[in-house]
Design a binder for this molecule. Structure first.
Ligand code: NAI
Length: 332
């Protein structure tokens, strides 16, 4: 049994973790606070901390964690771009993650965004509730016969590609590793330039790395089809948001769906409806009727929450027992 402090935890996390903890009997402390330099003292004395996508696990935070006796940082997510892995290794802190919890959850949300945005469901819903039954401005397009480009065909992108294929799109994909099942289905692996140039819909499903940072920028937007739909459920910084705003203003980008935003750390996961949003770039995005944003909720299904909790507590118990853990993340 270990003392585990869960940062950035929300009421919807409790059921999964309490349920999964029956097999571990750890002492779980749920903290709504985000981990960062100003809050790291809340971890003092705990051998394990559990963090989420926007917790700050930088070198100074890791140094404070190590000084307080923490030996494990357990990410309850797949991405680990918010952790300084070199510093963790130097300090002897083991970083573990949940490589897959429900790729279906994220893929299905990606499809929900594509379908909603294309058929303007977000606008139609508001109109009908307001007694406005006019259809002007709600014209979509048939997905069948369109070209959809999926960047990254790992666990999530593979399902996105398959779903789009079954909607009778021509599907292009970019990845260093080709998925044979997708190839057999008829998905065409191409270079990124070709995908950008030929796709009517571009879905970003790759991790954020130095290579993929701002892969959608002014230069790549200039090569895209007029009216392209861009969908990002990967990580915010895959997109240069200012460039995308210019693309929306010029009409080159026909529509945009985001579940992630590069500066989301200052906004997402909290109720800010009583605050003034001081991020002018995000505020500009909200003014476009052809932009649909969800606040990093693609993962949020019951199945995914249960799987996240089961794997996270399993990771912590395995590492604390000194056993080899397949979900350890190391630098490089
Ligand atoms: P994965 O590791 O199974 O697949 C990622 C794929 O991207 C791999 O096949 C890899 O080869 C490919 N890739 C890497 N660099 C690339 C590049 N430069 N160009 C094209 N492909 C590249 O990861 P998974 O589970 O499919 O997740 C993908 C990403 O989705 C995660 O890294 C995470 O950032 C994001 N995600 C978002 C969630 C949300 O709630 N919005 C939830 C879970 C993950």
């Amino acid at each position: 049994m270990a003392d585990v402090r869960l940062f950035s935890s929300k009421p919807y996390d409790h059921a999964g973790f309490d349920g999964a903890n029956a097999d571990h009997d750890h002492a779980l402390t749920y903290l709504e606070t985000r981990l960062g330099p100003d809050t790291v003292d809340l971890a003092a004395g705990a051998p394990a901390v559990c963090v989420f996508v926007n917790d700050v696990v930088s070198e100074p935070v890791l140094e404070a964690l190590a000084a307080g006796g923490t030996r494990i940082v357990a990410l309850r997510c797949a991405g680990f771009n918010n952790v300084d892995l070199d510093a963790a290794e130097r300090l002897g802190i083991t970083v573990v993650r949940v490589p897959a919890y429900s790729p279906n959850a994220v893929a299905e949300h990606t499809l929900a965004l594509i379908l909603s945005l294309n058929r303007r469901i977000h606008r139609a819903h508001n109109r009908v509730r307001d007694g406005n039954f006019a259809l002007d401005g709600l014209v979509g397009f048939d997905l069948a016969g369109k070209t959809a480009g999926v960047v990254g065909t790992g666990k999530i992108g593979m399902i996105v590609a398959r779903l789009l294929w079954h909607l009778r799109c021509r599907v292009l994909a970019v990845d260093v590793q080709q998925d044979q099942h997708l190839v057999d289905l008829g998905v065409e692996y191409v270079e990124l330039d070709q995908l950008m140039a030929e796709s009517d819909i571009i879905s970003l499903n790759c991790p954020l790395t130095p290579d993929t940072h701002h892969m959608i920028d002014a230069e790549s937007i200039a090569t895209m089809r007029d009216g392209v739909m861009i969908v990002n459920t990967g990580r915010g910084a895959l997109i240069d948001t200012e460039a995308v705003i210019q693309g929306l203003k010029s009409g080159r980008i026909g529509s945009l769906a985001l579940d992630v935003y590069e500066e989301e750390g200052a906004l997402f996961f909290e109720d800010r409806s009583h605050e003034i949003i001081d991020d002018d770039v995000f505020a500009r995005l909200l003014t476009f009727h052809n932009v649909l944003i969800t606040a990093h909720q693609a993962f949020l299904t019951r199945e995914a929450l249960d799987a996240i909790a089961t794997t996270t507590l399993g990771n912590i118990s395995t590492v604390l027992a000194g056993e080899a853990c397949a979900n350890v993340v190391t630098p490089g």
